[in-house]
Design a protein around this ligand. Structure first.
Ligand code: SAH
Ligand code: SF4
Ligand code: F3S
Length: 442
């Protein structure tokens, strides 16, 4: 019987929210009797879950859709669906619909719970369907997920974003902030912990806004405090927190908690006050550094990481140097660095003085060189230290070794024989690089 089930294959771009949405899509497809295909060629249905945060992300999607055309030619029964953030743009939908007749289904971020119905309609009637909602209708209902991992899980706590940073497309494609009721989150985490999940990552574009839109009086710190009590759960993480409203209460709760990991991802975006203002970030470099210092004082073992954009419209060499200076001062453990990408519909895309591509690339290179050096120096401080690592799987480049992450989210590599995937081990660090720690289990 099992072999007769039709097969699905999902390709995901973008951030953890998209990864998590893909787990829900998988859950719904299994609910209508599909099973996961080992390879894309075996699939009866292929879904692309897209991202539109930067132009590169979109180019990848168009490239992939083009590639899939060949599969459709070999198998006209194949259903190809494209959903996710990029499909919230009318222009992208139009381009896809007109130039890529191999695409049968287009859906948005607000109606993923309708995908099984839409697929069944296509199976019956064989037509093309475009269903994208402009606006969210409250929370997307709880959906069953097929998780990639037995020991790690994502839990969504707030959807959407109200911040409207001037460069960012997310508020336009994910809608306004909607928090999930505390009780629902607690029971989901309880269930996952009882199933043996060791690490949970709470998801939201801005988790510290949690609760602002709820009737009950709860905030993100209260939520962490509640979840910390759940037995069995060993590690609690969250993505992403905004530096603007990272409260003292939150630092205290994290400090006193058992399970919340000692990792703070605080996207600074720029070290220049004038640029931060144009970005509408709601803090300045002084406030940001104050926050970093407070965290280091309260939780000295914590890692602090960030996101930085270079080449925002109008960014001068001096303003870029302020970012370099901030990076030297803050000494991040690591940073995701991006070249500014103009997104149609955002205020920054209309600003004057868009920076030439070569200048942006040159700034990115200088910034990366600086940060890599700092990351290496930071990691060198770990030599001889013992860290707690959750082993996640085989390491990418060397099947003789396993990789995992310590509580600070640093990547740690150990010899294969010394660990078991899904287990937490203590590792003594004996060699380091900019992005990786190497060690032996003690
Ligand atoms: N909600 C998160 C960020 C989500 S997007 C937050 O506010 O921190 C992840 C990162 O992509 C951002 O932190 C930013 O550094 C980068 N990013 C967003 N829009 C971008 C754009 N138009 N060009 C380049 N990088 C961008
Ligand atoms: Fe985008 Fe800013 Fe919202 Fe993050 S906080 S998703 S950068 S608008
Ligand atoms: Fe991309 Fe959407 Fe995430 S635009 S970064 S997948 S919220």
């Amino acid at each position: 019987m099992k072999n007769e089930l039709k097969k699905y294959f999902i390709i995901t771009y973008g951030c953890q929210m998209n990864e998590h949405d893909s787990e829900k899509l998988a859950g719904m497809l299994e609910g209508i009797d599909y099973q996961k295909a080992g390879q894309v060629e075996e699939a009866d249905i292929i879904l692309l879950n897209t991202c539109t945060i930067r132009e590169n992300a979109e180019l990848k999607v168009f490239g992939k859709v083009g590639e899939l055309k060949r599969l459709k030619e070999n198998n006209p029964e194949l259903i190809i669906g494209v959903g996710g953030c990029m499909m919230q743009s009318k222009k992208a939908v139009q381009q896809l619909y007109e130039k890529h007749p191999q695409v049968d289904l287009i859906f948005g971020t607000h109606n993923i719970h309708h995908v099984p119905d839409l697929i069944q309609r296509i199976e019956k009637e064989r037509g093309r369907i475009v269903e994208v909602w402009d606006e969210e209708e409250g929370l997307i209902p709880d959906l069953p997920s097929v998780r990639e991992s037995d020991f790690k899980a994502w839990v969504s706590i707030i959807q959407g974003c109200n911040n409207f940073c001037t460069y960012c497309i997310v508020p336009y494609v994910r809608g306004r902030e909607r928090s999930r009721p505390l009780k629902e989150i607690v029971s989901e985490v309880e269930r996952l912990a009882a199933e043996g999940v060791k690490e949970i990552t709470l998801l939201g574009q801005n988790v510290n806004s949690y609760g602002k839109d709820l009737e009950e009086k709860v905030d993100f710190a209260d939520l962490l405090q509640e979840l910390d009590k759940i037995p069995g759960l060993q590690r609690l993480r969250y993505m992403t927190s905004h530096p603007r409203d990272f409260s003292n209460k939150l630092i205290e709760v994290i400090k006193d908690s058992r399970s919340v990991c000692e990792h703070f991802h605080l996207p600074i975006q720029s070290g220049s006050n004038s640029i931060l203002k144009k970005m509408n970030r709601g803090y300045n470099r002084e406030k940001y550094l104050e926050l970093v210092n407070k965290i280091r004082q309260e939780i000295p073992e914590a890692s602090i990481t960030t996101d930085i954009i270079v080449g925002f419209p109008g960014e001068t060499e001096e303003e870029f140097q302020e970012t370099m200076e901030l990076v030297r001062e803050a000494r991040f453990d690591s940073a995701f660095t991006f070249i500014y990408s103009a997104r149609t519909g955002t205020p920054a895309a209309k600003m004057e003085d868009q920076i030439p591509e070569e200048v942006k690339k040159d700034r990115l290179n200088r910034l990366m060189t600086l940060q890599n050096q700092i990351s290496l120096e930071k990691n060198q401080e770990d030599l001889g230290k013992i860290v707690e690592v959750l082993i996640e799987g085989e390491s990418k480049n060397n099947p003789e070794t396993l990789m995992g992450r310590d509580r600070r989210n640093k990547l740690v590599i150990i010899p294969r024989a010394e660990g078991v995937i899904g287990e937490i081990v203590k590792v003594k660090i004996n060699r380091v690089q900019s992005f990786t720690l190497y060690g032996e289990v003690v």
